[in-house]
Design a protein around this ligand. Structure first.
Ligand code: ATP
Ligand code: MG
Length: 396
């Protein structure tokens, strides 16, 4: 009897008009993820199937758990028939290895030509098992074991456990976004949540050498590597921000440093996004977290761009963001103590209600268009993948 992996993608099936794009993208993303496994992927109405070798199951399941768009994964036994007697006998023999007192049978049949309904099949199999296994009981509410039967075109499947997938939409189905990725806790989480909605990410990082160290950059590279597990290859744009920051520092009242600095970051990010065909900017801003994230600050900063700015963690508490960062594996890297360009130039009293007119007046004291142009021209582009031979973690 063959052991297979069934991949289910619940939420996708509601996207009637886009279903083909969703399915093709999911298939491609899974193939990409399992590139090294050399396992064939087949598709049949609402399900995908893999037939791995015995030793591949664990690693494949782990990889599938990093693919958005997959809602559930099952390890199933495949029978080349729809014969109910054979199914019953197979279940009976499989149950010998299982330790349980109560059970429940759940049947799905995508093949509606089968004369019995799903419920009738579940009852029939349940009755058979009760007769054979005298010490077991049926419990439909809280059983020790659920016996799943799926009857498809010519084959049937039996499985007992469900592995939960990440859910969401396959990355790329909704196009591209540009993530403003600092070394902090919030922005990697914001990136993860955006990828979950089917958005493929590129990232942009502003560094200010010599005020920021190579360690700070390596930290961002390491975070990019973690995000690329979900995203596929992540294109990281590294922008030298030193000159702009120093010009701001020298010429602009310090209470406006952060506001103006962030307006410059937004402007640069928007150019990089448009050039790369990204439709949105994404960042880790969270309402009220710091002076630059009051509503008035956000408005004053947001005003310099036209692309939508998505802030997935805008309404999360820090503790909620931390919990997610731990779950996705970015937290330990994010808390490494390397100075970011924002932390170095932090004024004692940043303005919390910046005035737009003043922002513009101050900005005109520096040749910011030229500086922005230069920074973009000198950008460094790094393509980061989860498998990069360079493991940045040991540089940290
Ligand atoms: P994080 O918010 O990621 O934990 P942080 O708290 O240090 O880092 P903030 O100063 O709160 O960053 O900035 C808010 C957001 O602006 C960040 O989440 C990130 O999206 C963006 N950002 C800040 N600094 C940088 C940077 N050096 N490069 C790219 N994006 C940045
Ligand atoms: Mg933050």
């Amino acid at each position: 009897m063959k052991k297979v992996i069934i991949i289910k993608y619940g939420e996708l099936t509601t996207k009637k008009e886009n279903i083909n794009l969703f399915l093709t993208t999911l298939k491609e993303n899974i193939k990409q993820k399992l590139q090294e496994e050399q396992v064939e992927l087949t598709y049949d109405k609402g399900r995908m199937f893999l037939i791995p070798k015995k030793e591949q199951f664990d690693s494949i399941i782990l990889k599938l758990q990093e693919v958005f768009g997959i809602h559930e994964i099952n390890i199933a036994y495949e029978l080349e028939s729809l014969d109910l007697e054979e199914i019953q006998k197979t279940i009976f023999s499989l149950l010998k290895e299982k330790d349980f007192k109560t059970f429940k049978v759940e049947t799905k049949r995508s093949n509606k030509k089968i004369p019995k309904t799903s419920l009738e099949i579940s009852r029939m199999v349940g009755g058979f098992l009760l007769k054979q296994l005298q010490d077991k009981r049926v419990d439909v509410h809280d059983p020790d074991i659920v016996i799943h039967i799926e009857l498809r075109n010519t084959k049937s499947y039996i499985y007992f456990e469900k592995v939960t997938g990440l859910g969401g939409y396959p990355v790329r189905t909704l196009g591209k976004g540009l993530l403003m990725l600092s070394g902090g806790i919030d922005s990697p989480v914001a990136g993860y949540l955006t990828m979950k909605r089917g958005v493929k990410l590129e990232a942009i990082y502003f560094e200010s050498p010599p005020h920021t160290s190579i360690n700070a950059k390596n930290k961002v590279l390491e975070l990019s590597k973690i995000l690329s597990k979900y995203n596929g290859e992540l294109k990281l744009h590294v922008i030298k921000f030193t000159e702009i920051q120093e010009a701001i520092y020298k010429n602009i009242p310090h209470e406006y440093l952060i506001t103006i600095m962030r307006r410059m970051m937004y402007r640069i990010a928007e150019v990089i996004a448009i050039r790369g065909n990204a439709k949105i900017l994404v960042n880790g801003e969270s309402i009220g977290q710091v002076a630059s994230q009051t509503l008035t600050s956000m408005k004053a900063i947001n005003e310099v761009v036209h692309l939508p700015v998505i802030r997935p963690v805008a309404c999360f508490d820090k503790l909620e963001i931390i919990a997610l960062a731990k779950k996705i594996g970015t937290y330990e890297t994010s808390i490494l103590p390397f100075e970011d360009c924002c932390t170095i130039f932090v004024p004692d009293h940043p303005v919390i209600n910046p005035d737009r007119k003043l922002c513009e007046e101050y900005e005109n004291k520096i040749p910011y268009k030229e500086l922005i142009y230069k920074a973009i021209k000198n950008q460094e582009v790094i393509k980061v993948t989860a498998k990069n031979s360079n493991d940045f973690s040991d540089l940290l």
